[in-house]
Every structure is written in C-alpha cells, then in structure tokens.
Design a protein around this ligand. Structure first.
Ligand SMILES: Cc1cc2nc3c(=O)[nH]c(=O)nc-3n(C[C@H](O)[C@H](O)[C@H](O)COP(=O)(O)OP(=O)(O)OC[C@H]3O[C@@H](n4cnc5c(N)ncnc54)[C@H](O)[C@@H]3O)c2cc1C
Length: 387
C-alpha cells in the first residue's frame, strides 16, 4: 500500500479547516447581506454605506494586515477566497474588496516604511478604502507611458495630471498614485505616492457610467499643483514601476478570483433554473442538451478554480507565480464570459431581463478581459515567460 501523507491535500482545491470556515463565513455573509442589495446598488450605481461598514467589521477589508496593525493577519489565499465568494453574489463588491486587499494593502505591506505602515494600515483595517491609480487617458496597456508629473520642490513633490478609470475612487480615503519625477528617465522616473483624499490640489473628476460592475465607482482623478511631502513617497523615488509590476502580478490573481466567483454564481442560478423551469411537461434540466451545457460550464469553472488557487498558493509559498497568475486571469475571465452567456441562455427570455440575476453577471463579466491587463497583455506575459 502506498503511504499517504495526511498533511498533503488530496486536491489543489481542498481547503484547510480554517480556510473552509473562513469561506463559509464569507459565503453566508454574501448570501444574507449582499444579495438583497445587488439590484438596487446596480441601479443606483452606489455602494451601500452600511455594507461597507459590515465588510470592515467582518475583517474583509484588511485580510492580510498583520495583527499589530489591527488586521486579520490572514493569507493571500484567504483574500482570494473572499473575492471569489463575494463575486459569486456581486462582482462589483468583489472588485472593491479585491482592490483593497490584493493591490492597496499588499503594496503597503511590501513597500511602505514603518512610519507609513503605522499611519495607514490600522486605518485600512477599520474604515479606510484604498484605490490604485496607474491608468491615464493615453496610457493603459502601455502603463509606463504615463504623463502625470511629480515635480521635486524642496522636500516635496508637486503633482499635476489626470488619472482615468480608478476603481473605488468615490469611496476611497487613500490613493496609491503613480507619477513620473523625470520623463526623460522613462520607466525609471515612475514613483508611487500615497495621496490622502482631502489633499489640496486633488479632486475627483467624472464618474464613469458603465456596462457592468455599476455599483463599483470608477472615476477620473485630477491633480493640480497638489503638493505632497516626500514622506508620502511609497518605496523609493524611481521605483514606482517595480511596485506597479509586483502589485499587479498579485492583483491579477484577484481578478481571476472575481471572474471565478462570477462564473460560479451564474452557474448556480442556471442549475436552479434548469430544475425549476418546465417545458414540454418536464424540467428543462431533464433534456440532455441542457445537462451537457451545465456540465461544460462546471468543467470550465473547475479548471478556472484550479488555476486561480494554484497561483494564489504559489504566491503564499513565495514561489514564482507570474505565469500562473497571468494564466489564471486570462482563463478565468474567458470562463466568466462563457458561463454567464450560457446562463442567460439557460434562463431563456427570463435571462435577458433584470428580474433575474444572470443578466447582471453577463454584463459584469466583460470587464475581466480588460482591467489589470487586457487578455492580450496576459498572453504577451505568458508568451514571454514560456519562450
Ligand atoms: C471599470 C474599470 C476599472 C478600472 N480600474 C482601474 C484602476 O483601479 N486603476 C487603474 O490604474 N486602472 C484601472 N482601469 C484601467 C484599465 O486597467 C485599462 O482600461 C486597461 O489596462 C486597458 O487599457 P486601455 O483601456 O487604455 O486600453 P488600450 O491599452 O488602449 O488597449 C486597447 C486594445 O488594444 C490592445 N493592445 C494594446 N497594446 C497591445 C499590444 N502590445 N499587443 C496586442 N494588443 C494590444 C488591448 O489588448 C486592447 O484590446 C480600469 C478600467 C475600467 C474599465
């Protein structure tokens, strides 16, 4: 008989007892507290302020923050589980939690100095939402072509420029903003700054009216002679490109989890409908054609989950995960679009109207192929790493 090591999980998707408890808690919370708000938040394009407070009090806005700073001292994998479970109910809330944990908090834990950690991590744990501002009108995929300037002036920097499409901007209290201190230096001039909401010279611009994830705010940021002391530099001057690359590598797994959760949510609704809806005298789920579609969706979701969990586990184990993260985001966003589209078809005409949740999942799925690196950019990363 082959001896088995009880410490080795039988499958990559198997969770430890602690992880299972955490996942189940988030799942119950999402079903009880988020589900009733999904439609109204989508229609009003607003996050419910009470929901935001609940997310903080459950510890979901500071999953990886060390205990000494008031956080839950959890793992990256737990952050991924939270994003997945929340996105299975509302991908708009999923991205809010994702940006907070996988981009902003991760960037601070990795790059902030002790004084910045003392100042900001406890706030992130209790009531402050973060936003991550890299993109501009003329620099999306080519992010390091950014034009926002940070001109050194004594012991300060003066920011001038505009950022576009910044998630969480309306609710955020702290922004990680990328600007160049020296355009001639190319990517080596890019520097990350910590910008508080009320800093003079910083205002929010237009809020986007979007196809999907409508409750998630996406706004323009405007900097006009915004003076920041050099103590607001995150990491070192000129190292912003490294911070951006490294945080986005992690963030990609988060978007993979958002898309995985979305697909799972759409599939669950499709299964329920296939059991309930009767045509030709029996549930539509009794027809083999329907069963095969649902089976194909389940297979896709399982494959996406393996990729996402694998990348997250590698990250927690401090092993290389770049290729795996890009594959997870690339594949999970394809699966989300495919599964959400099939779910609409399983619902028939009811799938096309707002009375049922699959219509929203279908709209929400599109963004997975666009933000935090388009699908083409993921393929470019994968190709570079395998060739
Ligand atoms: C809802 C939403 C939320 C967002 N949130 C944030 C945020 O919080 N922070 C932030 O900084 N940004 C955010 N973004 C911006 C997002 O990351 C960019 O939209 C994305 O990176 C793509 O950039 P772009 O829109 O300029 O498209 P472009 O870069 O102009 O790309 C257009 C098309 O060209 C393709 N393309 C470009 N270059 C290549 C190439 N070399 N090879 C092959 N194809 C290529 C792309 O794949 C795409 O299909 C958000 C965007 C949206 C819509």
């Amino acid at each position: 008989m082959i001896p088995t090591n009880p410490a080795t999980p039988a499958a990559l998707t198997q969770l430890s007892p602690d992880e299972r408890l955490f996942r189940d808690t988030v799942r119950q919370f999402a079903a009880a507290e988020i589900a009733p708000l999904v439609r109204s938040m989508d229609e009003s394009q607003q996050m419910d302020p009470k929901l935001l407070r609940q997310l903080f009090s459950l510890g979901l806005m500071g999953i990886e923050i060390p205990e000494q700073f008031g956080g839950a001292a959890g793992t990256f994998f737990e952050a991924i589980l939270a994003v997945e479970e929340i996105s299975a109910v509302d991908p708009a809330v999923g991205v809010l939690v994702d940006v907070q944990n996988t981009l902003c908090i991760n960037a601070l834990i990795r790059w902030a100095n002790e004084e910045q950690k003392q100042r900001y991590l406890p706030r992130f744990a209790v009531d402050t939402i973060g936003a991550y501002a890299l993109s501009e009108a003329r620099s999306g995929s080519d992010a390091f072509a950014l034009e926002t300037r940070a001109t050194p002036q004594g012991d300060s920097y003066v920011l001038n420029g505009q950022k576009l499409w910044i998630t969480n901007a309306k609710e955020a209290g702290l922004f990680i903003v990328f600007a160049t201190i020296d355009r001639a230096a190319g990517y080596k001039g890019i520097t990350a700054f910590l910008v508080e909401k009320d800093t003079p010279g910083f205002t929010l611009g237009k809020k986007e009216d979007k196809l999907g994830i409508r409750a998630s705010s996406t706004c323009e940021l405007i900097f006009r002679d915004c003076v920041l002391p050099s103590s607001q530099v995150l990491g070192e001057p000129g190292k912003g490109y490294k911070i951006a690359i490294e945080t986005l590598n992690e963030g990609r797994i988060g978007i993979g989890a958002q898309m995985l959760g979305l697909a799972q949510g759409a599939w669950q609704h499709a299964i329920r409908w296939a059991r309930e809806r009767k045509q030709f005298g029996k549930p539509i789920g009794d027809f083999q054609a329907m069963q095969f579609q649902l089976a194909e969706m389940a297979t896709d979701i399982e494959a996406a989950r393996l990729l996402v969990y694998n990348a997250a586990r590698l990250k927690d184990a401090r092993q290389p995960y770049l290729k795996e993260a890009a594959m997870a985001k690339y594949f999970a966003s394809q699966v989300a679009e495919r599964v959400a589209s099939l779910a609409v078809e399983v619902f028939g005409g009811s799938g096309f109207v707002k009375d049922f949740p699959v219509e929203k999942f279908y709209r929400d799925a599109k963004i997975g192929k666009i933000y935090e690196g388009t699908s083409f950019m993921q393929l470019a990363t994968i190709a570079k790493l395998i060739l």
